[in-house]
Write a protein that binds this ligand. Structure first.
Ligand code: TXA
Ligand code: MG
Length: 315
């Protein structure tokens, strides 16, 4: 159910949960002032209790209230804000409810750039929001996806189709440097160039996953996806008669119905279409689908490879 901006403000200010647009994907938002509403977010999504939420803020003033130990070279990070970068910092536990952090001593924060979301945060204050999908489903990149997942009566502030269409990149500062916790709409290369150092990819510290979300299956359509690393493999498997379609690019082999992510190698366009196309596979009820994974893992190609692999249940 589409709601107006003023209805969204009123609902969030009275402790209700509302789906909101961001430049990455739609979020399921609750005000930080209402920890019980944050609990509702977990229930609505069917999200495991040990998977913390990102807090969306408007500016550095809000950041200072939520975090301790803001790193010295933080201005480099800030050059990506507003935008699709999430940073995990030491939480000021007094100001970040435990339920948001899932009991961790850290908090993930980002400054979104979508104008409606920015206006909302300026009016209401920080908003905790995971992606607005039912856990395990592809993230929603338009209002109709949220309604498909949470029901047509669920309140959604419609901000159009998300510009990036894939989640933010998540990083965490270790004593030895920055660590990449989740690939996303900002490429590892762009980040490293500005930070002036490479990012490590280790996901574990003290045998505990630093980003709890990494251990759950994600972005999964109902169809079984078979990843193919070459055109030859696609041609061979297509002949077996077991596959109904190809999820690929405009120039993928025309041997089965094609669901195209656009021109091969245009990763930002490909990512923007990805979740809609994964949802389309479900609407058509395909059972077995070939995926054209014959592209480079440089830049946002790495994010596309990672999301497609997760959608196929790998990693
Ligand atoms: O683009 C995005 O990031 C979207 C929009 C709505 O902002 N949000 C999003 O949230 O993707 P979610 O909850 O679907 O994914 C957040 C990820 C999860 O993998 C979670 O485990 C991780 O961030 N995370 C959150 N707080 C964390 C923390 N304190 N330490 C480590 N990882 C954290
Ligand atoms: Mg999510």
């Amino acid at each position: 159910m589409r709601i107006s901006f003023s209805q969204a403000v009123k609902s969030l200010n009275s402790g209700q949960v509302v789906a909101v647009p961001t430049e990455t994907v739609y979020g399921l938002a609750a005000s930080l002032k209402f920890p019980n509403s944050v609990k509702k977010v977990f229930t609505l999504k069917g999200r495991p209790q040990d998977n913390p939420l990102i807090v969306h803020i408007a500016d550095l003033e809000q950041l200072k209230n939520l975090c301790h130990d803001i790193p010295k070279n933080f201005s480099k990070i800030c050059s990506f804000w507003p935008g699709p970068l999430t940073v995990v910092l030491t939480a000021n536990k007094k100001n970040v409810p435990r339920v948001v952090r899932a009991g961790l001593s850290t908090v993930a924060v980002r400054v979104p750039s979508h104008p409606l979301m920015r206006r909302l945060i300026k009016k209401i204050g920080p908003l905790a929001a995971p992606s607005a999908n039912v856990s395990g489903q592809p993230s929603p990149t338009r209002a109709s996806h949220v309604e498909a997942d949470l029901g047509s009566d669920f309140p959604v502030l419609d901000g159009g189709v998300c510009r990036h269409g894939v989640e933010s990149t998540v990083i965490h500062l270790l004593p030895v440097g920055w660590e990449l916790l989740r690939q996303g709409a900002l490429s590892r290369e762009k980040l490293a160039a500005v930070l002036g150092e490479p990012l490590s990819k280790s996901l574990k510290q003290n045998k505990r996953l630093l980003s709890p979300g990494q251990k759950y299956r994600h972005y999964a359509p109902k169809a079984q996806l078979k990843l193919c690393i070459s055109q030859k493999q696609i041609l061979r498997l297509a002949k077996s008669g077991r596959f109904a379609a190809i999820l690929g690019f405009d120039d993928s082999p025309a041997v089965l119905p094609l669901i195209s992510l656009g021109l091969r190698g245009r990763y930002s366009v490909n990512l923007k279409r990805l979740y809609e196309k994964l949802r389309q596979l479900d609407r058509v009820s395909y059972i077995n689908v070939l995926v054209d994974l014959d592209f480079s893992d440089l830049g946002l190609g790495a994010t596309l490879q990672e999301r497609l692999s997760k959608a196929a249940g790998i990693k």
